[in-house]
Design a protein around this ligand. Structure first.
Ligand code: UT7
Length: 335
């Protein structure tokens, strides 16, 4: 069933990454790795790391402010804030509520959404429904993660991969047939063990034992996630495009989750999308989880890589396991 009274599109974008940078050479000093291994296996050269005391809402606030400026919309016009994150300021209240107060979005509802690195596209999907049905007019969709807080800097197989950041978009009504054309969400909880932080929840609350055994850090079966990622990025992209009668040939800009350059290249190859139509910034940021796609989208928008009318496909995968894709016809965002 489809109740679509109007279109929903991105009216403005913003992003923020902390100033502090850790290069691959910095890692060589404290873990058994090399710049050469990291670059050839992942494409990552550096990542931004939040200073001590900095939390998700601090990064989100900067990205959101930039997105509101880009959309030319005051915070008081925002009806809803959805923040995709797995590293909120604290277990509760939500980071969205903290953000709502910080930016002065006095009329907005606010909640967080958790879908790992697919989170921002999940949040975009939720926001789109409210706008297409006319329930809300303006929604702030944020993806933010501070994965450095969950990173075990003694585990070389994961610590070189992640970075901190935030990306945001303001969604609003556009003409039918423009903006977000289709989205596709998926999950396979049988893969929950492949990528997780096992302690700190109701299953294994924090204790001296969990801290001593480093169970509050990210654990990942990298190879398994890799295989899943390539397959699902291809399938999810084709599915979202198919929903609006498009194919990979119609794509003007492909914006994949920035986890590993080899995953991006393998998916691009299978989709037969030319290299110049793929946006990559993984070298500069590493994997910023829920922030990865909105940061890339913001950079693509601000650098003029996306023009009005372009077909853009964003696709993510992550813990859960989850995946999410969106096909958009880009509208001219207000300045
Ligand atoms: O947002 C979703 C989050 N996750 C991902 O997207 C991750 C998906 N997976 C990946 O990106 C890749 O699997 C990794 C980058 C994590 C690993 O690359 P790989 O080509 O799959 O390497 P591997 O895990 O098969 O490891 C190959 C070797 C191993 O040594 P041995 O057993 O062959 O002697 C590792 O111990 O590389 C070793 N290794 C390292 N060596 C130097 C693992 N990490 C490092 C490191 N530096 N940082």
């Amino acid at each position: 069933m489809s109740i679509e009274l109007r279109g929903a599109g991105i009216l403005g974008t913003g992003s923020y990454t902390p100033e502090k940078i850790l290069t691959n050479f910095d890692f060589e000093k404290f873990v058994d790795t090399t710049d050469e291994w990291i670059v050839t296996r992942t494409g990552i050269r550096q990542r931004h790391i939040a200073e001590e005391g900095m939390a998700a809402s601090d990064l989100a606030c900067n990205a959101a402010t930039r997105a509101l400026e880009s959309a030319g919309i005051g915070a008081e016009k925002i009806d809803l804030i959805i923040c995709a994150t797995i590293t909120g300021d604290m277990p509760f209240p939500s980071t969205s509520c903290i953000l709502q107060n910080r930016i002065g979005a006095v009329g907005a509802g606010a909640f967080d959404l958790q879908a790992g690195c697919s989170g921002w596209v999940y949040a975009l999907t939720v926001a789109t429904q409210f706008i297409k049905t006319g329930i809300y007019n303006h929604i702030l969709v944020v993806g933010v993660d501070v994965l450095s807080r969950l990173t075990d800097f003694t585990d070389r197989s994961t610590c070189v991969l992640f970075g901190d950041g935030a990306g945001a978009a303001v969604l609003g009504p556009v003409a039918k047939g423009e903006g977000v054309l289709a989205t596709c969400l998926g999950a396979d909880g049988s893969g929950a063990e492949l990528l997780k932080v096992e302690a700190g929840g109701s299953r294994l609350p924090a204790s001296e034992e969990t801290v001593k055994n480093r169970r509050h850090y990210i654990k990942m079966e990298g190879r398994e996630v890799y295989k899943f990622a390539v397959k699902i990025m291809v399938e999810a992209s084709i599915k979202a495009l198919g929903e609006c009668s498009l194919t990979p040939e119609d794509v003007d800009l492909f914006i994949p989750h920035q986890a590993n350059e080899r995953i991006i290249d393998a998916a691009r190859d299978r989709l037969k999308i030319p290299a110049e139509k793929v946006f990559k910034n993984v070298a500069n940021y590493g994997n910023t989880s829920a922030a990865s796609i909105p940061i890339a989208l913001d950079e693509a928008h601000r650098s003029g890589r996306i023009k009005a009318g372009d077909v853009v496909v964003a696709v993510g995968f992550g813990a859960g396991l989850t995946w999410a894709s969106a096909a958009l016809k880009w509208v001219v965002p207000a300045k």
